[in-house]
Design a protein around this ligand. Sequence first.
Ligand code: ADP
Ligand code: MG
Length: 341
Amino acid sequence: MKNLTKKETIHIIFLAAAFICAALLLGGCAAKAVTEEASVMNTIMRVSLYGTEDQALDVIDVVKEADDKFSKTAAASEIFALNHSMGTQHAVSEETYNLIENIVEIADKTHGAYNPALGTVIDLWGIGTEHQGVPGETSLSSALNKTDYKQIVLGENNTVSLGNTLIDLGGAVKGYALDLTRSELNALGVDSAVVSIGGSIYARGTKPDGAKYKVGIRDPYRESQDYFATIELEDACVSTSGTYERGFYAGDDYYHHIFDPKTGYPADNGLVSVTVIDPNGLNTDIYSTALFVMGLNEGFEFAEQNGIAAVFVTYDKKVYLTKDVGYAFTITDDEYEIQDL
Ligand code: ADP
Ligand code: MG
């Protein structure tokens, strides 16, 4: 297993590790946890499960396959082909068709705060690429004119037309991939596991002693392994969208990778991160991005009305929990403070 460098981002803190070591030392526990890591979906994936190395590698392979299908940049991917289909009715696999249909449906619920058709704007900013930079007004407004997700037409026989848009599923596929790992772990008969893909984490079952998995929520102001709070999960996913994940400075101004589809600029509303907890991984990924775009007031109200468990963190380290955060949530850094809205 290779060591993580500081730069590589993983958001999970396996607080389970201490327990596992103790259990192994005492020899009181038959089950053995294995951990495997890989670079996938432009981030680090980590699988820790009670089972075999091969099972952990199988789980990683499932996500690698998904990455091959849904990557925007790999020339062999389905999304790449779709984005190059010039708005024609283009055949995709049933899985991709269903995923796009699902994503568009959820995007619609967020009134487009999550917008899968933002590809042209995202490409223009080029965050994380060699050409990243603040675009000119004219090019930004012409890019914005190509982001109406209602132009995505789901046709017969698994065909999709994008109209004049380009899709970018970067804010959804990691969560979807967690759902794929759930199916794989079902098939493998593994009951206890934690899977993380960048800022999206799936905790499956409980630890062998029956305790829930405890995962850290990243401290937006510190290194990727530092957390400001922990949450206990059982058969649930959690995704965090934060300004720190990807971005660049131009002069004193910081531009991050979560865009407000109304303006084409990074959402600049006082939030530094939003975390969503849900049994469904796709939901956590999409809603964390969407609530971030909505901002604290609108996002909080939306989450409460839709029964979404969400944690909002503002730049001044105030933390807001919706009523559905019924899972044990603990602040571990006293610079952060829970507030009511
Ligand atoms: P990460 O991918 O770092 O985990 P998110 O899940 O918040 O973070 O997704 C951000 C990514 O989603 C961006 O890098 C971009 O590809 C895409 N994106 C940015 N803004 C939006 C938006 N408003 N709606 C849909 N996708 C977006
Ligand atoms: Mg997301």
